[in-house]
Design a protein around this ligand. Structure first.
Ligand code: NAD
Length: 249
């Protein structure tokens, strides 16, 4: 598999830790140069950069809050300037602010929609013209099984992740003629900082519903993303690829 992304430049948002970091590393392992985007944790981002450089690929950490239009645009600009191009964009940055609807504060609704959905609009909008000009591009948006099945306590998050699917399919239709594919990878339950707060009994209840009877690993999500980024996936667009042990089928 090594080398299949040689000559490509990838940007992964929110990639200083968790699933994003695993995606960035896997794209690099397959030959891409990678921009690590982070919001707060410069040290963790530099560690991710060092891990990629250690396997002989170029990497750079760039700070940006992708939920802000100007910062998202500056990130795309900086990424393109730094490596002289951009081919693969992975919208991975995401947050949860779980609560039952009856208790959910408007800020929790708006913050999740802003980071998990509006940020994808900002990043894609900034990246789309250059991708169209080069007539090759891969956009991979990280959704969630919550956006497919719903999840109690996640009306905000599920709405954002479901919205991401409609967004991705619409954009896939707009840019298909330019050699750009747009797909969604929807993970199931992957132990990361994001899921740390989920109560143990809730975790066990979720596990009991998973046909493969275990949680997933960030690397397993990364493999799916790397496939969709590859030349081999050239005829796949507008798809939602679940990586969930069968949870959502
Ligand atoms: P995580 O909390 O470990 O990582 C999320 C990353 O996004 C962090 O590095 C964070 O700093 C970054 N981020 C958040 N807001 C940002 C912003 N405004 N600008 C830039 N970066 C920002 O969580 P994770 O589990 O690795 O999640 C990665 C993606 O996978 C998210 O989109 C999440 O919704 C999705 N997902 C996760 C799971 C799971 O079980 N862990 C399941 C389904 C989907």
């Amino acid at each position: 598999m090594n080398g299949t992304l040689e000559g490509k430049v990838a940007l992964v948002t929110g990639s200083s830790r968790g699933i994003g970091r695993a995606i960035a590393f896997e794209l690099a392992r397959r030959g891409a140069d990678v921009v690590i985007n982070y919001r707060h944790s410069a040290a963790a981002a530099e560690e991710a950069v060092a891990a990629i450089r250690a396997i002989g690929r170029r990497a750079e950490a760039i700070r940006a809050d992708v939920s802000q239009a100007e910062e998202a645009a500056a990130l795309i600009d900086a990424a393109r300037r730094h490596f002289g191009g951009l081919h693969i964009v992975v919208n991975n940055a995401g947050i949860t602010r779980d609560d039952l609807l009856m208790r959910m504060r408007e800020e929790a609704w708006e913050e999740v929609l802003r980071v998990d959905l509006t940020a994808v609009f900002h990043v894609c909008k900034a990246a789309i013209r250059p991708l169209m000009r080069q007539r090759w591009g891969r956009i991979i948006n990280i959704g969630s099984v919550s956006g497919l099945m719903g999840q109690a306590g996640q009306t905000n998050y599920a709405a954002a992740k479901a919205g991401l699917i409609g967004f991705s399919k619409s954009l896939a239709r707009e840019v298909g003629s330019r050699g750009i594919t747009v797909n969604v990878v929807a993970p199931g339950f992957i132990p990361t900082d994001m899921t740390r707060e989920v109560a143990e009994e809730m975790q066990q209840a979720i596990k009991a519903l998973i046909p493969l009877q275990r949680f997933g690993r960030a690397e397993e999500v990364a493999h799916a993303v790397a496939f969709l980024a590859s030349e081999e996936a050239a005829y796949i667009t507008g798809a939602v690829l679940t990586v969930d042990g069968g949870l959502s089928m």
